[in-house]
Design a protein around this ligand. Structure first.
Ligand code: SF4
Length: 265
């Protein structure tokens, strides 16, 4: 997952229930049939629980078997990671290598683009938060223990444990190029051995926000058009949640991008 608020909410809702946590724990060991799961957690509302886990992208089904998706495995690994120790400078940080690009799934918003899970090693752990100034649009999230980088249409999330997720990737070579570029930027800072100085963030304008709105001009937000809504949003005269169509699953990636862009107003 990318760590967007919409996805975090789906995952935290899925994991907020003890039965679903039990199912996840069972699937960490190996894939299971529906009957095996029902035998352990009981048949009551099993379809609903499985649906919640699948919607959050944690579990997948094939024939009669249920198993953890790559994201689900990644999530369960992350849960067992210890909190990263906070570092004050980059000394002792080793250069990064891209060791794996694990998964390419179609994006919800644009089926011609993909979501990718990759891995950078060694894990940056407590040094990660120091890297925020290296990128014109990046922010460190304490909640996620991750650095979120906005690069064109892509949202790249680097976790302190080394896992990386990317949205709106054009394909395998695009994923490789993007990761290499990020790795080189970080390695350059590491080789200089200095802690990056905070720099001014690139500001966001309404045209950029407009690109991610549904563009239906439905007026559910009480504005005349999506463009008018974008102008008011940038001027802080309205709130993002007034655009209710954005809450539909097909706009999940758009919502994620707008929320990320709003950080740079
Ligand atoms: S509710 Fe959303 S989609 Fe509808 S006009 Fe407003 S901004 Fe556009």
């Amino acid at each position: 997952m990318t760590g967007s608020p919409a996805e975090v909410k789906l995952v935290s809702n899925a994991m907020a229930n003890i039965t679903r946590r039990k199912i996840m724990a069972m699937l960490v060991e190996k894939s299971r049939t529906r009957e095996e799961i029902a035998g352990s957690v009981g048949p009551s509302m099993l379809d609903y629980h499985l649906q919640m886990l699948q919607q959050a992208g944690l579990v997948q089904a094939k024939d009669d078997s249920l198993y953890l998706s790559d994201f689900g495995k990644n999530f369960m690994e992350t849960k067992s990671e210890k909190p990263a120790e906070i570092k004050r400078d980059l000394s002792g940080t080793k250069p990064l290598e891209v060791v794996e690009i694990r998964q390419l799934l179609p994006c919800i918003a644009d089926s011609t683009k993909f979501r990718t899970i990759a891995r950078l090693e060694p894990a940056l752990a407590g040094a990660l938060r120091l890297l925020e100034p290296l990128f014109p649009r990046a922010r460190y999230s304490d909640k996620l223990g991750a650095l979120l980088i906005q690069k064109g249409n892509k949202l790249i999330t680097i976790y302190s444990g080394g896992n990386v997720t990317m949205t709106m990737v054009g394909g395998q070579s695009d994923a490789c190029e993007t990761l290499e570029e990020i790795r080189n930027t970080i390695n350059e800072a590491i080789s200089r051995g200095i802690t990056p100085v905070p720099r001014e963030k690139v500001k966001v304008d309404h045209a950029e926000i407009y690109e991610y709105l549904p563009k239906t001009n439905c007026q559910a937000c009480a504005e005349q058009s999506c463009y008018a809504f974008a102008i008011k949003l940038v001027g802080r005269e309205t709130a993002l949640d007034r655009c209710t169509p954005l809450l539909e699953s097909r706009y999940a990636t758009n919502l994620e991008h707008i929320r990320s862009l709003l950080e740079y107003l």
